[in-house]
Unconditional design. Structure first.
Length: 281
């Protein structure tokens, strides 16, 4: 299948549209938590940023969809926006139920350049989702929360996987249509945009980022303070492969972070274990 062809467009759009699941976060039966678990849940540092990120994504994607001429692509981008907004509603329901202190009345106005905003968000989501896949499994294994919470959130993680696969195929489709599909351009463009997303992530660790992707990364030291870099990257690579298994092999997948992580893991196997720890600093 040729990238940029109508067949490619149909496949990546239909892959998103036909796997949409209908559910209403307002109907979720949230489990009762003991006081210790509830205190821990309320102390997690990323709820406000998670809400803000999902709200921005939903509004921005649905606004961008209105600028797209192709009806099939427009429908798919609008659906992604609706799913992002549903993520915001789910988080709002969770924070209300467990009385987590957050500001639910967040103001956001989409930027003028919605096309670039969608690209920036897409690369940030690819970066954040790769880590989120691993963190989700690490948190599940930790036993901090009852299993039913992970059952409720698992479809959200799958939706993030659908979004990033859609994004990388949409971007390749756009590049081919505008004569920029040659491998060198795509490679340099990918590295540049991942670099921008990574700067937001580093800013989050330093407490300087209020509009980036870092709330997932912030949870690393909360859920697994003694996690080694080797264990963390291994889990991320495994979980990324697990989430990507559902997609047609003809579709592009975000591969750069997994490939870099596997290279780092090959280096780490030669280092003493104490040098492969994740530093809290």
């Amino acid at each position: 299948m040729r990238l940029g062809s109508p067949a490619h467009r149909d496949l990546f759009c239909r892959s998103l549209l036909e796997t949409h699941q209908s559910y209403d976060p307002a109907t979720f039966a949230w489990p009762e938590l003991d006081e210790e678990t509830l205190h821990f849940l309320r102390s997690l540092p990323f709820w406000q940023e998670a809400l803000a990120t999902e709200k921005r994504a939903g509004i921005m994607a649905q606004a961008f969809a209105q600028e797209i001429d192709d009806p099939l692509v427009r429908e798919a981008v609008a659906l992604q926006g609706a799913e992002e907004s549903r993520h915001e509603r789910l988080l709002a329901c969770l924070t209300r139920h467990y009385e987590i202190p957050v500001n639910l009345d967040l103001a956001y106005h989409p930027p003028a350049d919605l096309h670039q905003a969608f690209i920036d968000f897409g690369f940030s989501e690819c970066l954040d989702s790769f880590f989120a896949f691993g963190f989700f499994r690490i948190a599940q294994r930790s036993g901090f929360f009852p299993e039913v919470l992970f059952t409720l959130f698992d479809p959200i993680i799958d939706e993030e996987a659908r979004h990033i696969v859609f994004f990388v195929n949409w971007l390749a489709y756009e590049q081919e249509r505008h004569g920029r599909g040659w491998p060198l351009y795509r490679g340099v463009n990918t590295l540049w945009n991942y670099g921008k997303a990574l700067r937001h992530l580093v800013g989050a660790f330093q407490g300087a980022d209020t509009a980036g992707t870092g709330f997932t990364a912030t949870g690393a030291l909360v859920f697994a303070p003694d996690l080694t870099l080797r264990g963390f990257l291994t889990t991320c690579v495994q979980e990324n492969a697990y989430r990507m298994r559902a997609f047609a092999p003809e579709l592009l997948q975000p591969r750069l972070l997994s490939q870099i992580s596997q290279m780092v893991l090959r280096v780490l196997q030669w280092l003493p274990r104490e040098q492969a720890q994740i530093s809290p600093a």
